[in-house]
Design a protein around this ligand. Structure first.
Ligand code: SF4
Ligand code: SF4
Length: 483
Protein backbone atom coordinates (compact mmCIF):
# COMPACT_ATOMS: atom_id res chain seq x y z
CA UNK A 1 0.00 0.00 0.00
CA UNK A 2 1.79 3.18 -1.17
CA UNK A 3 1.92 6.22 1.05
CA UNK A 4 1.42 9.60 -0.63
CA UNK A 5 1.51 13.15 0.69
CA UNK A 6 -1.20 15.69 -0.11
CA UNK A 7 -0.52 19.22 1.13
CA UNK A 8 2.18 17.75 3.36
CA UNK A 9 -0.11 15.21 5.08
CA UNK A 10 0.64 11.48 4.67
CA UNK A 11 -2.15 9.18 3.44
CA UNK A 12 -2.24 5.45 2.78
CA UNK A 13 -3.53 4.80 -0.73
CA UNK A 14 -4.29 1.84 -2.99
CA UNK A 15 -2.39 1.37 -6.21
CA UNK A 16 -5.65 1.49 -8.22
CA UNK A 17 -6.56 4.94 -6.83
CA UNK A 18 -5.94 8.33 -8.36
CA UNK A 19 -4.75 11.35 -6.40
CA UNK A 20 -8.27 12.80 -6.62
CA UNK A 21 -9.79 9.65 -5.09
CA UNK A 22 -7.31 9.69 -2.21
CA UNK A 23 -8.05 13.38 -1.64
CA UNK A 24 -11.82 12.72 -1.71
CA UNK A 25 -11.46 9.83 0.74
CA UNK A 26 -9.63 12.10 3.16
CA UNK A 27 -11.82 15.19 2.95
CA UNK A 28 -9.52 17.31 0.78
CA UNK A 29 -11.63 19.24 -1.71
CA UNK A 30 -10.45 19.36 -5.32
CA UNK A 31 -12.83 21.03 -7.80
CA UNK A 32 -13.95 19.05 -10.86
CA UNK A 33 -16.64 19.30 -13.52
CA UNK A 34 -16.09 16.38 -15.90
CA UNK A 35 -15.07 13.66 -13.42
CA UNK A 36 -17.83 11.44 -11.98
CA UNK A 37 -17.27 8.34 -9.84
CA UNK A 38 -19.46 6.14 -12.06
CA UNK A 39 -18.10 7.31 -15.43
CA UNK A 40 -14.82 6.86 -17.25
CA UNK A 41 -12.18 9.59 -16.86
CA UNK A 42 -12.34 12.27 -19.56
CA UNK A 43 -9.92 14.80 -18.06
CA UNK A 44 -11.26 17.61 -20.21
CA UNK A 45 -12.36 20.31 -17.76
CA UNK A 46 -8.79 20.80 -16.40
CA UNK A 47 -10.13 22.16 -13.10
CA UNK A 48 -8.79 19.43 -10.84
CA UNK A 49 -5.15 20.40 -11.31
CA UNK A 50 -2.58 19.90 -8.57
CA UNK A 51 1.18 20.52 -8.47
CA UNK A 52 3.65 17.74 -7.85
CA UNK A 53 6.36 19.03 -5.52
CA UNK A 54 9.49 20.00 -7.43
CA UNK A 55 7.68 20.53 -10.74
CA UNK A 56 6.95 23.93 -12.23
CA UNK A 57 3.71 22.94 -13.95
CA UNK A 58 0.24 21.68 -12.95
CA UNK A 59 -1.37 18.34 -13.81
CA UNK A 60 -4.88 16.93 -13.53
CA UNK A 61 -5.45 14.84 -10.40
CA UNK A 62 -8.42 12.82 -11.73
CA UNK A 63 -6.04 10.86 -13.97
CA UNK A 64 -2.90 10.90 -11.80
CA UNK A 65 -2.10 7.42 -10.43
CA UNK A 66 -0.64 7.19 -6.95
CA UNK A 67 2.92 5.99 -6.41
CA UNK A 68 5.04 5.54 -3.32
CA UNK A 69 6.06 8.84 -1.75
CA UNK A 70 4.23 10.95 -4.36
CA UNK A 71 3.94 14.50 -2.98
CA UNK A 72 1.29 16.86 -4.38
CA UNK A 73 0.07 20.31 -3.43
CA UNK A 74 -3.58 21.27 -4.09
CA UNK A 75 -3.39 24.96 -3.24
CA UNK A 76 -0.23 26.57 -4.60
CA UNK A 77 -0.13 29.95 -6.31
CA UNK A 78 0.25 28.19 -9.67
CA UNK A 79 -2.76 25.91 -8.99
CA UNK A 80 -4.92 28.86 -7.90
CA UNK A 81 -3.95 30.88 -10.97
CA UNK A 82 -4.67 27.95 -13.25
CA UNK A 83 -8.12 27.28 -11.75
CA UNK A 84 -8.97 30.95 -12.03
CA UNK A 85 -7.92 30.99 -15.68
CA UNK A 86 -9.96 27.86 -16.42
CA UNK A 87 -13.05 29.40 -14.83
CA UNK A 88 -12.50 32.57 -16.87
CA UNK A 89 -12.22 30.36 -19.95
CA UNK A 90 -15.36 28.35 -19.14
CA UNK A 91 -17.42 31.50 -18.68
CA UNK A 92 -15.97 33.20 -21.75
CA UNK A 93 -18.96 32.21 -23.86
CA UNK A 94 -21.28 31.14 -21.04
CA UNK A 95 -24.36 33.42 -20.84
CA UNK A 96 -24.16 33.68 -16.99
CA UNK A 97 -27.97 33.81 -16.94
CA UNK A 98 -28.16 32.29 -13.44
CA UNK A 99 -31.18 34.45 -12.58
CA UNK A 100 -33.40 32.41 -14.90
CA UNK A 101 -31.50 29.11 -14.86
CA UNK A 102 -33.12 26.06 -13.21
CA UNK A 103 -29.68 24.88 -12.07
CA UNK A 104 -29.04 28.01 -9.99
CA UNK A 105 -28.50 26.94 -6.39
CA UNK A 106 -27.16 23.53 -7.46
CA UNK A 107 -24.72 24.60 -10.19
CA UNK A 108 -21.10 23.49 -9.81
CA UNK A 109 -19.88 26.25 -12.11
CA UNK A 110 -21.61 28.86 -9.96
CA UNK A 111 -20.08 27.42 -6.77
CA UNK A 112 -16.58 27.11 -8.25
CA UNK A 113 -16.74 30.59 -9.71
CA UNK A 114 -17.39 32.01 -6.23
CA UNK A 115 -14.77 29.78 -4.57
CA UNK A 116 -11.95 29.93 -7.11
CA UNK A 117 -12.48 32.95 -9.36
CA UNK A 118 -14.79 35.68 -8.14
CA UNK A 119 -13.77 38.17 -10.84
CA UNK A 120 -15.92 39.50 -13.64
CA UNK A 121 -15.06 38.34 -17.16
CA UNK A 122 -11.86 39.81 -18.53
CA UNK A 123 -13.14 39.40 -22.09
CA UNK A 124 -14.39 42.41 -24.07
CA UNK A 125 -15.36 40.29 -27.07
CA UNK A 126 -18.98 39.39 -27.82
CA UNK A 127 -19.87 35.88 -26.65
CA UNK A 128 -20.19 33.11 -29.21
CA UNK A 129 -23.88 32.35 -29.52
CA UNK A 130 -25.14 28.79 -29.67
CA UNK A 131 -28.46 26.96 -29.69
CA UNK A 132 -30.94 27.62 -26.89
CA UNK A 133 -33.79 25.17 -26.19
CA UNK A 134 -32.47 22.42 -28.46
CA UNK A 135 -34.97 19.60 -27.90
CA UNK A 136 -33.16 16.32 -27.22
CA UNK A 137 -36.38 14.45 -26.42
CA UNK A 138 -39.91 15.05 -25.17
CA UNK A 139 -38.39 15.19 -21.67
CA UNK A 140 -35.11 17.11 -22.03
CA UNK A 141 -34.04 20.42 -23.53
CA UNK A 142 -30.43 21.49 -24.12
CA UNK A 143 -29.00 24.99 -23.80
CA UNK A 144 -25.70 24.82 -25.71
CA UNK A 145 -24.60 28.25 -24.49
CA UNK A 146 -24.48 26.99 -20.90
CA UNK A 147 -22.72 23.71 -21.82
CA UNK A 148 -19.10 23.40 -20.68
CA UNK A 149 -18.53 20.28 -22.85
CA UNK A 150 -17.60 18.09 -19.92
CA UNK A 151 -19.13 15.10 -21.85
CA UNK A 152 -20.68 13.57 -18.74
CA UNK A 153 -23.97 13.24 -20.64
CA UNK A 154 -22.27 11.61 -23.61
CA UNK A 155 -20.36 9.14 -21.44
CA UNK A 156 -23.54 8.26 -19.50
CA UNK A 157 -25.39 7.26 -22.65
CA UNK A 158 -22.41 5.21 -23.84
CA UNK A 159 -21.33 3.60 -20.58
CA UNK A 160 -24.41 3.31 -18.35
CA UNK A 161 -27.70 3.46 -20.25
CA UNK A 162 -26.00 2.16 -23.43
CA UNK A 163 -28.32 4.07 -25.76
CA UNK A 164 -25.28 5.83 -27.30
CA UNK A 165 -27.75 8.64 -27.88
CA UNK A 166 -25.41 11.64 -27.59
CA UNK A 167 -22.13 12.80 -29.03
CA UNK A 168 -20.01 15.92 -29.57
CA UNK A 169 -20.34 17.56 -32.97
CA UNK A 170 -17.82 19.94 -34.54
CA UNK A 171 -14.59 21.41 -33.11
CA UNK A 172 -13.32 24.23 -30.92
CA UNK A 173 -15.82 26.89 -29.93
CA UNK A 174 -18.24 25.41 -32.48
CA UNK A 175 -18.46 22.14 -30.50
CA UNK A 176 -21.98 21.20 -29.44
CA UNK A 177 -23.65 18.21 -27.83
CA UNK A 178 -25.99 16.64 -30.38
CA UNK A 179 -27.93 13.40 -30.90
CA UNK A 180 -25.49 10.76 -32.13
CA UNK A 181 -25.99 9.15 -35.49
CA UNK A 182 -24.76 5.89 -36.85
CA UNK A 183 -24.82 2.22 -35.94
CA UNK A 184 -25.58 1.46 -32.30
CA UNK A 185 -27.06 4.89 -31.52
CA UNK A 186 -30.71 5.12 -30.54
CA UNK A 187 -32.68 8.31 -29.82
CA UNK A 188 -32.61 9.74 -26.31
CA UNK A 189 -36.41 9.53 -26.46
CA UNK A 190 -36.09 5.75 -26.16
CA UNK A 191 -33.53 5.84 -23.33
CA UNK A 192 -35.40 4.72 -20.18
CA UNK A 193 -32.69 6.35 -18.03
CA UNK A 194 -32.33 9.60 -19.98
CA UNK A 195 -33.21 11.99 -17.13
CA UNK A 196 -30.07 11.02 -15.20
CA UNK A 197 -28.13 13.32 -17.54
CA UNK A 198 -30.08 16.27 -16.09
CA UNK A 199 -28.62 15.51 -12.65
CA UNK A 200 -25.20 14.67 -14.12
CA UNK A 201 -24.87 17.94 -16.01
CA UNK A 202 -22.76 20.15 -13.72
CA UNK A 203 -24.33 23.31 -15.18
CA UNK A 204 -27.79 24.28 -16.41
CA UNK A 205 -27.35 22.99 -19.94
CA UNK A 206 -29.58 19.93 -19.68
CA UNK A 207 -32.99 20.74 -18.30
CA UNK A 208 -36.14 18.80 -17.53
CA UNK A 209 -39.03 20.10 -19.61
CA UNK A 210 -41.36 19.05 -16.83
CA UNK A 211 -39.50 21.12 -14.20
CA UNK A 212 -38.58 24.01 -16.53
CA UNK A 213 -39.13 27.38 -14.77
CA UNK A 214 -41.46 25.66 -12.30
CA UNK A 215 -39.66 26.46 -9.08
CA UNK A 216 -36.40 27.65 -7.53
CA UNK A 217 -34.59 24.85 -5.75
CA UNK A 218 -34.07 26.82 -2.54
CA UNK A 219 -37.85 26.89 -2.02
CA UNK A 220 -37.96 23.08 -2.15
CA UNK A 221 -37.38 20.31 0.35
CA UNK A 222 -36.16 16.80 -0.50
CA UNK A 223 -37.90 14.02 1.43
CA UNK A 224 -36.28 10.55 1.33
CA UNK A 225 -38.54 8.01 -0.32
CA UNK A 226 -38.67 4.83 -2.41
CA UNK A 227 -39.77 4.51 -6.02
CA UNK A 228 -42.77 2.16 -6.13
CA UNK A 229 -42.48 1.72 -9.90
CA UNK A 230 -41.05 -1.80 -9.72
CA UNK A 231 -39.69 -4.30 -7.22
CA UNK A 232 -36.17 -2.76 -7.43
CA UNK A 233 -37.37 -0.09 -4.95
CA UNK A 234 -34.86 2.60 -5.94
CA UNK A 235 -34.00 5.20 -3.32
CA UNK A 236 -35.25 8.63 -4.34
CA UNK A 237 -35.73 12.15 -3.07
CA UNK A 238 -39.22 13.57 -3.50
CA UNK A 239 -38.98 17.35 -3.85
CA UNK A 240 -41.84 19.55 -2.70
CA UNK A 241 -42.42 23.08 -1.51
CA UNK A 242 -40.96 23.91 1.93
CA UNK A 243 -43.82 24.71 4.36
CA UNK A 244 -42.20 28.05 5.20
CA UNK A 245 -42.28 28.96 1.51
CA UNK A 246 -45.88 27.86 0.91
CA UNK A 247 -47.57 29.86 -1.80
CA UNK A 248 -50.54 31.92 -0.73
CA UNK A 249 -51.45 32.91 -4.25
CA UNK A 250 -51.15 31.20 -7.63
CA UNK A 251 -52.16 27.54 -7.50
CA UNK A 252 -52.35 26.40 -3.87
CA UNK A 253 -52.09 22.78 -5.05
CA UNK A 254 -48.42 23.52 -5.80
CA UNK A 255 -47.78 23.42 -2.02
CA UNK A 256 -48.87 19.78 -1.80
CA UNK A 257 -47.55 18.49 -5.13
CA UNK A 258 -44.44 16.58 -6.07
CA UNK A 259 -42.35 19.12 -7.96
CA UNK A 260 -39.57 16.77 -9.04
CA UNK A 261 -37.95 13.43 -8.17
CA UNK A 262 -34.19 12.74 -8.13
CA UNK A 263 -32.18 9.61 -7.27
CA UNK A 264 -30.75 9.20 -3.77
CA UNK A 265 -27.43 7.37 -3.99
CA UNK A 266 -27.85 3.88 -2.54
CA UNK A 267 -25.09 1.41 -3.49
CA UNK A 268 -27.18 -1.50 -2.12
CA UNK A 269 -30.10 -0.84 -4.48
CA UNK A 270 -29.70 1.61 -7.35
CA UNK A 271 -26.33 3.38 -7.07
CA UNK A 272 -26.78 7.01 -8.16
CA UNK A 273 -29.34 6.29 -10.94
CA UNK A 274 -33.09 5.84 -11.39
CA UNK A 275 -35.15 5.16 -14.48
CA UNK A 276 -37.53 7.77 -15.85
CA UNK A 277 -40.55 6.14 -14.20
CA UNK A 278 -39.37 7.46 -10.83
CA UNK A 279 -39.24 11.00 -12.26
CA UNK A 280 -42.89 10.58 -13.24
CA UNK A 281 -44.04 9.50 -9.77
CA UNK A 282 -46.49 12.42 -9.62
CA UNK A 283 -48.36 10.93 -12.58
CA UNK A 284 -48.96 7.78 -10.53
CA UNK A 285 -49.63 9.28 -7.10
CA UNK A 286 -51.44 12.47 -8.10
CA UNK A 287 -54.27 10.88 -10.05
CA UNK A 288 -57.79 11.98 -8.95
CA UNK A 289 -58.34 10.78 -5.40
CA UNK A 290 -61.24 9.24 -3.52
CA UNK A 291 -62.14 11.31 -0.47
CA UNK A 292 -65.21 9.74 1.17
CA UNK A 293 -66.03 6.35 2.67
CA UNK A 294 -69.06 4.77 1.00
CA UNK A 295 -71.60 2.05 1.67
CA UNK A 296 -73.25 0.70 -1.47
CA UNK A 297 -72.26 3.80 -3.40
CA UNK A 298 -73.55 6.36 -0.87
CA UNK A 299 -71.18 8.52 1.12
CA UNK A 300 -71.15 7.62 4.81
CA UNK A 301 -69.07 8.51 7.83
CA UNK A 302 -65.94 6.52 8.57
CA UNK A 303 -67.65 5.10 11.65
CA UNK A 304 -70.58 3.86 9.59
CA UNK A 305 -68.22 2.33 7.00
CA UNK A 306 -66.25 0.55 9.74
CA UNK A 307 -69.47 -0.75 11.33
CA UNK A 308 -70.73 -2.03 7.97
CA UNK A 309 -67.40 -3.74 7.18
CA UNK A 310 -67.29 -5.27 10.65
CA UNK A 311 -70.79 -6.69 10.28
CA UNK A 312 -69.84 -8.28 6.94
CA UNK A 313 -66.66 -9.80 8.40
CA UNK A 314 -68.50 -11.12 11.47
CA UNK A 315 -71.13 -12.76 9.28
CA UNK A 316 -68.74 -14.30 6.74
CA UNK A 317 -67.74 -17.96 7.03
CA UNK A 318 -65.31 -18.12 4.08
CA UNK A 319 -63.96 -14.60 3.51
CA UNK A 320 -61.16 -14.00 0.99
CA UNK A 321 -58.73 -11.05 0.96
CA UNK A 322 -56.78 -9.82 -2.06
CA UNK A 323 -53.64 -8.31 -0.56
CA UNK A 324 -51.97 -5.22 -2.02
CA UNK A 325 -48.35 -5.55 -3.16
CA UNK A 326 -48.13 -1.75 -2.75
CA UNK A 327 -48.78 -2.03 1.00
CA UNK A 328 -45.86 -1.08 3.23
CA UNK A 329 -44.25 -3.61 5.57
CA UNK A 330 -46.13 -1.96 8.43
CA UNK A 331 -49.51 -2.20 6.67
CA UNK A 332 -48.95 -5.80 5.59
CA UNK A 333 -47.99 -6.80 9.13
CA UNK A 334 -51.03 -4.90 10.49
CA UNK A 335 -53.32 -6.86 8.18
CA UNK A 336 -51.67 -10.13 9.11
CA UNK A 337 -52.02 -9.41 12.83
CA UNK A 338 -55.54 -8.01 12.76
CA UNK A 339 -57.28 -10.03 10.06
CA UNK A 340 -54.88 -12.68 8.76
CA UNK A 341 -56.58 -15.49 10.68
CA UNK A 342 -60.07 -14.53 9.49
CA UNK A 343 -59.33 -14.41 5.75
CA UNK A 344 -57.92 -16.70 3.11
CA UNK A 345 -55.35 -14.36 1.59
CA UNK A 346 -53.98 -14.04 -1.94
CA UNK A 347 -51.34 -11.52 -3.00
CA UNK A 348 -52.28 -9.60 -6.13
CA UNK A 349 -50.28 -7.39 -8.50
CA UNK A 350 -51.69 -3.88 -8.10
CA UNK A 351 -49.81 -2.73 -11.22
CA UNK A 352 -48.67 -4.57 -14.36
CA UNK A 353 -46.47 -3.20 -17.18
CA UNK A 354 -48.27 -0.65 -19.30
CA UNK A 355 -47.98 -0.30 -23.07
CA UNK A 356 -44.66 1.23 -24.11
CA UNK A 357 -43.02 0.72 -20.71
CA UNK A 358 -39.67 -1.12 -20.54
CA UNK A 359 -40.65 -4.38 -18.85
CA UNK A 360 -37.18 -5.31 -17.57
CA UNK A 361 -33.51 -4.76 -18.34
CA UNK A 362 -30.08 -5.55 -16.99
CA UNK A 363 -29.51 -2.23 -15.22
CA UNK A 364 -32.37 -1.56 -12.76
CA UNK A 365 -35.83 -2.11 -14.20
CA UNK A 366 -37.66 -5.22 -12.95
CA UNK A 367 -40.69 -6.92 -14.48
CA UNK A 368 -42.76 -6.91 -11.26
CA UNK A 369 -44.19 -3.36 -11.21
CA UNK A 370 -45.02 -3.45 -7.50
CA UNK A 371 -42.70 -2.31 -4.69
CA UNK A 372 -43.49 -4.83 -1.97
CA UNK A 373 -44.41 -8.19 -3.43
CA UNK A 374 -41.45 -9.56 -1.44
CA UNK A 375 -43.00 -8.88 1.99
CA UNK A 376 -46.54 -9.58 0.80
CA UNK A 377 -45.58 -13.04 -0.47
CA UNK A 378 -43.45 -13.82 2.57
CA UNK A 379 -46.46 -13.13 4.84
CA UNK A 380 -49.32 -14.43 2.69
CA UNK A 381 -47.75 -16.93 0.29
CA UNK A 382 -47.67 -17.08 -3.50
CA UNK A 383 -50.73 -19.22 -4.21
CA UNK A 384 -52.66 -18.15 -7.31
CA UNK A 385 -55.94 -16.43 -6.60
CA UNK A 386 -58.82 -18.92 -6.30
CA UNK A 387 -62.38 -18.64 -5.01
CA UNK A 388 -64.41 -21.56 -3.71
CA UNK A 389 -68.19 -21.80 -4.22
CA UNK A 390 -68.72 -20.95 -0.55
CA UNK A 391 -66.67 -17.71 -0.65
CA UNK A 392 -69.05 -15.26 1.01
CA UNK A 393 -66.98 -12.04 1.34
CA UNK A 394 -64.12 -10.50 -0.65
CA UNK A 395 -61.90 -7.76 0.77
CA UNK A 396 -59.97 -6.03 -2.02
CA UNK A 397 -57.02 -3.90 -0.90
CA UNK A 398 -55.54 -1.64 -3.54
CA UNK A 399 -55.70 -1.52 -7.32
CA UNK A 400 -55.35 -4.26 -9.91
CA UNK A 401 -58.27 -6.56 -9.05
CA UNK A 402 -60.58 -7.60 -11.88
CA UNK A 403 -63.97 -7.04 -10.27
CA UNK A 404 -65.68 -8.93 -13.10
CA UNK A 405 -63.75 -12.04 -12.06
CA UNK A 406 -64.92 -11.89 -8.42
CA UNK A 407 -67.67 -14.33 -7.37
CA UNK A 408 -71.06 -12.87 -8.32
CA UNK A 409 -73.34 -11.61 -5.60
CA UNK A 410 -70.68 -11.82 -2.90
CA UNK A 411 -70.27 -8.68 -0.73
CA UNK A 412 -67.12 -6.64 -1.35
CA UNK A 413 -65.10 -4.44 1.03
CA UNK A 414 -62.76 -2.24 -1.01
CA UNK A 415 -59.81 -0.05 0.01
CA UNK A 416 -58.45 2.21 -2.73
CA UNK A 417 -56.77 5.61 -2.92
CA UNK A 418 -58.07 6.73 -6.31
CA UNK A 419 -61.37 7.55 -7.96
CA UNK A 420 -62.64 4.43 -9.74
CA UNK A 421 -66.07 3.12 -10.78
CA UNK A 422 -65.53 0.06 -8.55
CA UNK A 423 -65.47 2.30 -5.45
CA UNK A 424 -69.23 2.83 -5.73
CA UNK A 425 -69.96 -0.79 -6.59
CA UNK A 426 -68.40 -2.11 -3.38
CA UNK A 427 -70.63 -2.81 -0.38
CA UNK A 428 -68.17 -0.84 1.76
CA UNK A 429 -65.47 1.47 0.46
CA UNK A 430 -62.54 3.13 2.30
CA UNK A 431 -60.50 5.95 0.62
CA UNK A 432 -56.89 5.30 1.62
CA UNK A 433 -53.72 7.39 1.84
CA UNK A 434 -50.86 7.19 -0.69
CA UNK A 435 -47.20 6.69 0.25
CA UNK A 436 -46.35 10.42 0.29
CA UNK A 437 -48.95 10.91 3.06
CA UNK A 438 -47.46 8.44 5.54
CA UNK A 439 -44.15 6.86 6.44
CA UNK A 440 -43.23 3.20 6.10
CA UNK A 441 -40.87 0.67 4.58
CA UNK A 442 -40.73 -1.51 1.47
CA UNK A 443 -38.57 -4.63 1.04
CA UNK A 444 -37.29 -4.95 -2.50
CA UNK A 445 -36.94 -8.17 -4.52
CA UNK A 446 -33.60 -8.94 -2.82
CA UNK A 447 -34.97 -8.24 0.66
CA UNK A 448 -33.28 -4.83 1.08
CA UNK A 449 -35.52 -2.72 3.33
CA UNK A 450 -35.86 0.99 2.46
CA UNK A 451 -37.81 3.69 4.28
CA UNK A 452 -40.10 6.29 2.80
CA UNK A 453 -41.04 9.41 4.72
CA UNK A 454 -44.15 11.57 4.73
CA UNK A 455 -44.20 14.65 2.47
CA UNK A 456 -47.80 15.84 2.79
CA UNK A 457 -50.75 15.65 5.19
CA UNK A 458 -53.54 13.21 4.43
CA UNK A 459 -56.41 14.95 2.61
CA UNK A 460 -59.67 15.25 4.57
CA UNK A 461 -61.76 12.07 4.51
CA UNK A 462 -58.79 9.85 3.64
CA UNK A 463 -57.68 7.16 6.09
CA UNK A 464 -54.56 4.98 6.43
CA UNK A 465 -55.20 1.35 5.47
CA UNK A 466 -53.29 0.30 8.59
CA UNK A 467 -55.76 2.16 10.82
CA UNK A 468 -58.70 0.47 9.08
CA UNK A 469 -57.20 -3.01 9.58
CA UNK A 470 -56.42 -2.34 13.22
CA UNK A 471 -59.92 -0.99 13.84
CA UNK A 472 -61.57 -3.96 12.13
CA UNK A 473 -59.37 -6.50 13.86
CA UNK A 474 -58.92 -5.62 17.48
CA UNK A 475 -62.10 -3.60 17.82
CA UNK A 476 -60.50 -0.37 19.00
CA UNK A 477 -63.04 2.45 19.37
CA UNK A 478 -63.90 4.16 16.08
CA UNK A 479 -62.78 7.54 17.45
CA UNK A 480 -59.19 6.28 17.46
CA UNK A 481 -59.26 6.11 13.64
CA UNK A 482 -58.94 9.69 12.48
CA UNK A 483 -59.87 10.59 8.92
S1 SF4 B 1 -24.66 19.26 -21.63
FE1 SF4 B 1 -23.98 19.30 -19.50
S2 SF4 B 1 -23.28 17.19 -19.12
FE2 SF4 B 1 -23.39 17.44 -21.34
S3 SF4 B 1 -21.35 18.08 -21.95
FE3 SF4 B 1 -22.55 19.95 -21.64
S4 SF4 B 1 -22.12 20.53 -19.52
FE4 SF4 B 1 -21.47 18.41 -19.74
S1 SF4 C 1 -35.97 0.74 -11.72
FE1 SF4 C 1 -37.99 0.41 -10.79
S2 SF4 C 1 -37.82 1.19 -8.69
FE2 SF4 C 1 -36.04 1.98 -9.88
S3 SF4 C 1 -36.69 3.98 -10.62
FE3 SF4 C 1 -37.20 2.52 -12.21
S4 SF4 C 1 -39.33 1.90 -11.77
FE4 SF4 C 1 -38.54 2.90 -9.96
Amino acid sequence: MPRIFIDGQPFDARLDQTVMQVADANGIAIPRLCWHPQLSIAGNCRLCVVQVEGRSWVEISCNMPVSEDLRVQTDTELVRAHRKAILQFLTLNHPVDCGICDKAGECMLQDYHVAHNGDASVSHEPKVEATKFFSLSSRITLDNERCVLCTRCVRFTHEVSKSHALGVQDRGDHSVIRPAKGPGASPLEHDAYSDNIIDLCPVGALLSKDFLYRDRVWYLKATPSVCPGCERGCSIDVWHRKPEWALRSLDAKHNTSIVRVTPRDNPAVNGPWVCNKARDLARILERPRAHAPMAKGREVTLEAALAAARALIDKARRPVALISSWGSNEELHAFKTALGERFTCFVKADHVPIEGEVVSDELLIRADKNPNGHTARSLFGSAPMAFTPDTDLVLVWGEGADFAALPRGVPIVFLNAYLAPENGHADVFFPTSVMTERRGHYSNFAGVVSAFERCFSRPGGVVDAQAVFEALGVRIPNEAVTP
